[in-house]
Design a protein around this ligand. Structure first.
Ligand code: CDP
Ligand code: MG
Length: 737
C-alpha cells in the first residue's frame, strides 16, 4: 500500500533537525553537476534519463491546428514580453493566433474541449474573446477555478488587461467573498468563480439562465466540483440551445473529456514550451526536503544566471521550514554565491505575499519559489528555468468505513510530473530535477491523478445533487463514479443528519443545509443553533473554526508571555470551541483593536478574516430564514448544537487515560497538543477535525458532559446499548434519574 509507505515517510518528523545539520560541503561536492553527460551526472548521484519528448500521449486524438505557427511562437521569449505593453502581451499569447478559429468553433458547437500548455492564455483570454465578439449574447460568462486564489488573481489580471477596476465588467466570486457589480445598467459580465461556488449558484438557479457561456477551467485536475459541473453542464446544453460550454484542460489527454461531453470536438492550441531535460535521483531519497535543499544549492552554485528555481512541495509547513533553512544557508555562504531570493507560495498565503512571487528577479540574483501544486497549472510564473519536483502533493483521503478524512502526502501522477517539469520551459530550455527514481516514475506513479471524487468524502456532493432533484445516485451519469460504499455512506450520513428521510428524499432541513455553503455537518449545526436559540455564538465558532489554524502567535523568545495571554481565554468546560468564542468576543469588545491583538499574541489578519466570514454567514442565515438568536451564557446549548452535526466525530478516553478511541470505528486518536483539553482529558469529546502527523490528532475539541447528548443528536447513529457498552451506564442512569 503506497499511501502507507508514504505516511511513514511523512511521519518522519526528523527532518527539521536534519536540516539544521545540513552542511555547506554537501553543496560544494556537487558543483560538477551540469547534466551535460549521463556519465558525469551519475557520479553526482543523478542520472540523465530522458527529455520530455517521450510524453506525447494521445497525440493522434488531437486536432493539431498549425505546427508552423507553433515554431514561430517559440521565438518569442519572456524578456521581450516584459518590455511590451499589456496589449502586446495579449497578442503574443499562443491562443491569440487562433482567436477567430476558436470563436467559430464555440459558435458552431455547444461544447468544446480546449487544451493548451499552461500560460497559453486559456484562462485569461478565451473569456475575453467571447465577450469582445459578443458570443455571450448579452448574458454573463462564468469561468470556474478549482482554487480561490486563482479565481481572485486571474480576475484581477483580466480587469487590468481591460484597463478597468476589478468588480466592474470583470469580477470574482469565491466562498465568503465576492467582487462583482450587480447594478442593472452595468452588471459584471465576466465572473471568475470557484467551482464550489458555481455549484452553489446552480442550486439557486438550476438552468443558469443568467449565463450564456460556462468555461470549466483546469478540468484535468479532476476536482470533485468541476467533475460535477461537467455532469450538469452536459445536461444543460440539451435543454438550452443558447448555452455554450468550454472545457479547458492543460494536459493532452483530452479524449476522455470529449467522449464524456457528447463526443464534442477537441481544440488544441500549440504550446510555446522549450525543451526540458529531466533528471532523476539514482536512489530513493529518504527525505525529500533535505534532498530539495541540497539540489537547490547545487543548481544555485553551478548554473548560470538568470534562471529562477521553482520547487514543488506539499504544504505550508514544509515550505516555511525549507524557506528558513535555505535562507540561513544562503546567509552562511554570503558573498561566495549570488544573492538568493526565497519566495513561498501556497493557497493560504496572504495576497500581498503571493504577489511577491511575480516580481521580476534582479539581474544578479536568483529567485527560489517554494510552492504547492498551486503553481502546477493555475498560476504562471515567468522566468523559471529549473524545476525541483518532490514528487508529492497533499491530497484529501476519505475512508467511508470509518468516516475518517485526512490530508495525506501522496505521490503525484505522471501527468502532474510532466506539468511540473513543463514549468521550467517557458523562457527557454529548462531542467527538471526529480527527487525520485526513474523506476519509481514508471512503476510507482499512476499515469493520471485519481479523481478527487474517488478518494474524498462525497456527502456534500450527494446533498447538492439531491437538492437538484437527482435521486438515483448509483445510476447518475458520473464522469468517474465514486465507490458504491462512499455513496451509501454519504446517504446514511445525510439520513443521520436529518437531511434525507427514510426514502432518501430531501427534507426541509436538508434543503436548507444545501443552501448554506459550509460542510453539511456545520450547516446542520447552524440549523440546530436556531432551535437552541444560540445562532450568534455558533456562527462565531463556525467562522473561527474555518480560520483558526494560524490564530495563536507564539514567538520563540516570548513563549511564556504568549501562553499566559492565551490562557486567559481558555474554557476547559467548553473546550476549544468555547475558547475560540471567548477570543472573538473579547476582540469585539476591544473594538477590533490592533494593539489588543498584539498584547494577546493573536494574529489580527486571522481575526479580521473571521469577522468577514462571520458577516457572510449572518447574511446567509438571513437568506435561509434563520433568525439571529443569542444565548451567550448557556454553554451547554452551544455544545449540544455542535453535537447535532458532529455526533459521528466523538471519541472516548481509553482506560489507560492516554489516548482516545473514536466511538465509531474504534480508531486510536489523541488530543492535539494545542487543545485546551489536554490537561482535563474529558471522558468523551467531540472533535472538529483529525490531523495526521506522527499520530492522528483531534484538533479543536469540546467535552461531551453526557453521552445522552449524542443519543439525542443522532438517535439513528447511536443506540443506548452501544453507549452503555462503553461503560457509561452509571453516568447515563444518573442523568436520567
Ligand atoms: O490558462 P493558461 O495557463 O493557458 O494561461 P493564462 O493563465 O491565461 O496566462 C496567460 C499569460 O497571462 C501568462 O503567461 C502571463 O504572462 C499572463 N498573466 C499574468 O501576467 N498575471 C496573471 N495573474 C495571470 C496571467
Ligand atoms: Mg489557466
Amino acid at each position: 500500500d503506497k499511501t502507507a509507505v508514504l505516511n511513514k515517510r511523512h511521519r518522519d518528523d526528523k527532518y527539521v533537525s536534519e536540516f539544521q545539520q545540513f552542511e555547506i560541503e554537501q553543496t560544494r561536492a556537487a558543483q560538477g553537476w551540469t547534466g551535460k553527460s549521463s556519465e558525469q551526472v551519475r557520479e553526482d548521484d543523478y542520472e540523465l534519463v530522458f527529455d520530455s519528448q517521450a510524453f506525447d500521449w494521445n497525440s493522434d486524438a488531437l486536432r493539431r491546428i498549425d505546427p508552423e505557427k507553433q515554431q514561430l511562437e517559440q521565438r518569442l521569449n519572456a524578456a521581450e514580453q516584459k518590455a511590451k505593453s499589456i496589449e502586446d502581451v495579449r497578442k503574443s499569447l499562443p491562443v491569440y493566433q487562433y482567436r477567430d478559429q476558436l470563436l467559430a468553433a464555440i459558435e458552431e458547437h455547444p461544447v468544446i474541449v480546449l487544451i493548451g500548455e499552461t500560460g497559453s492564455g486559456k484562462t485569461t483570454q478565451i473569456s475575453q474573446f467571447c465577450l469582445e465578439a459578443g458570443l455571450n449574447r448579452g448574458k454573463k460568462i462564468m469561468v470556474t477555478q478549482p482554487r480561490r486564489v486563482a479565481a481572485m488573481s486571474v480576475a484581477a489580471r483580466v480587469a487590468e488587461e481591460r484597463g478597468e477596476q476589478l468588480g466592474r465588467t470583470v469580477g470574482y466570486r469565491v466562498r465568503f467573498d465576492e467582487k462583482i457589480s450587480t447594478s442593472a445598467s452595468n452588471p459584471t459580465m465576466l465572473e471568475y468563480v470557484t467551482d464550489g461556488l458555481a455549484l452553489q449558484l446552480i442550486l439557486s438557479s438550476p438552468s443558469l439562465d443568467e449565463y450564456g457561456i460556462l468555461l470549466v477551467d483546469e478540468a484535468h485536475e479532476r476536482a470533485i466540483n468541476s467533475d460535477i459541473l461537467l455532469a450538469i453542464a452536459k445536461d444543460l446544453v440539451k435543454h438550452r440551445p443558447d448555452f455554450k460550454v468550454i472545457v479547458s484542460s492543460a494536459t493532452v489527454n483530452a479524449q476522455a473529456f470529449s467522449s464524456y461531453m457528447h463526443d464534442c470536438p477537441i481544440f488544441s492550441v500549440p504550446g510555446r514550451s522549450f525543451k526540458i531535460e529531466s533528471f532523476f535521483s539514482s536512489q530513493p531519497e529518504a527525505n525529500y526536503l533535505s534532498a530539495a535543499a541540497s539540489v537547490i544549492f547545487q543548481i544555485h552554485i553551478s548554473q548560470e544566471l538568470p534562471g529562477d528555481i521553482l520547487v514543488f512541495l506539499t504544504g505550508e509547513e514544509e515550505i516555511v521550514s525549507l524557506a528558513e533553512t535555505i535562507t540561513e544557508t544562503a546567509k552562511k555562504l554570503g558573498g561566495k554565491v549570488p544573492e538568493m531570493i526565497v519566495r513561498p507560495l501556497y493557497a493560504s498565503l496572504p495576497a500581498s505575499e503571493q504577489q511577491k512571487v511575480f516580481e521580476p528577479t534582479p539581474t544578479k540574483a536568483r529567485k527560489v519559489i517554494l510552492a504547492t501544486n498551486i503553481a502546477e497549472t493555475s498560476l504562471t510564473i515567468d522566468g523559471c528555468k529549473y524545476v525541483v519536483d518532490s514528487g508529492y502533493s497533499k491530497e484529501n483521503f476519505y475512508e467511508p468505513k470509518t468516516g475518517m478524512e485526512s490530508l495525506v502526502v501522496t505521490p503525484i501522477s505522471r501527468a502532474s510530473a510532466q506539468q511540473r517539469a513543463g514549468r521550467a520551459g517557458r523562457v527557454g530550455p529548462g531542467k527538471c530535477f526529480r527527487l525520485y527514481t526513474r523506476w519509481s516514475f514508471y512503476n510507482e506513479l499512476e499515469a493520471e491523478p485519481v479523481p478527487e471524487i474517488q478518494r474524498a468524502n462525497v456527502t456534500a456532493t450527494v446533498l447538492k445533487l439531491s437538492s437538484l432533484g437527482i435521486r438515483d445516485l448509483l445510476h447518475f451519469d458520473w464522469f468517474s463514479p465514486p465507490s458504491t460504499s462512499a455513496i451509501i455512506k454519504a446517504l446514511e450520513d445525510l439520513y443521520s443528519l436529518g437531511a434525507l428521510n427514510e426514502l432518501g428524499v430531501l427534507t426541509t432541513i436538508g434543503r436548507k443545509m444545501a443552501d448554506i455553503p459550509v460542510s453539511p455537518e456545520l450547516a446542520r449545526v447552524i440549523l440546530a443553533a436556531d432551535e437552541f436559540g444560540c445562532v450568534e455564538e455558533v456562527l462565531t465558532i463556525v467562522a473561527m473554526l474555518q480560520e483558526s489554524g494560524s490564530l495563536w502567535l507564539r514567538p520563540r523568545d516570548k513563549k511564556m508571555y504568549a501562553s499566559a495571554a492565551h490562557r486567559r481565554f481558555v474554557s476547559t468546560e467548553g473546550g476549544d470551541f468555547l475558547t475560540l468564542l471567548n477570543v472573538f468576543n473579547a476582540w469585539t469588545e476591544s473594538e477590533f483593536d490592533l494593539n489588543w491583538c498584539a498584547e494577546n499574541y493573536l494574529q489580527p489578519k486571522v481575526l479580521n478574516r473571521v469577522r468577514d466570514v462571520r458577516d457572510q454567514l449572518v447574511k446567509l442565515c438571513d437568506r435561509v430564514e434563520v433568525p439571529l438568536s443569542s444565548n451567550p451564557s448557556d454553554h451547554v446549548k452551544i455544545r449540544k448544537s455542535f453535537c447535532r452535526g458532529f455526533f459521528a466525530k466523538a471519541a472516548r478516553l481509553s482506560r489507560g487515560g492516554d489516548s482516545y478511541r473514536t466511538i465509531h470505528g474504534s480508531n486510536s486518536v489523541f488530543l492535539h497538543p494545542s487543545s485546551v483539553l489536554t490537561e482535563v482529558r474529558p471522558k468523551i469529546c467531540v472533535y472538529y477535525e483529525l490531523v495526521l502527523t506522527s499520530k492522528e490528532y483531534m484538533r479543536n475539541c469540546f467535552p461531551v458532559d453526557d453521552p445522552q447528548w449524542l443519543l439525542e443528536a443522532a438517535p439513528h447513529a447511536y443506540k443506548k446499548e452501544d453507549l452503555e457498552k462503553l461503560g457509561w451506564d452509571k453516568k447515563m442512569g444518573k442523568t436520567k434519574g
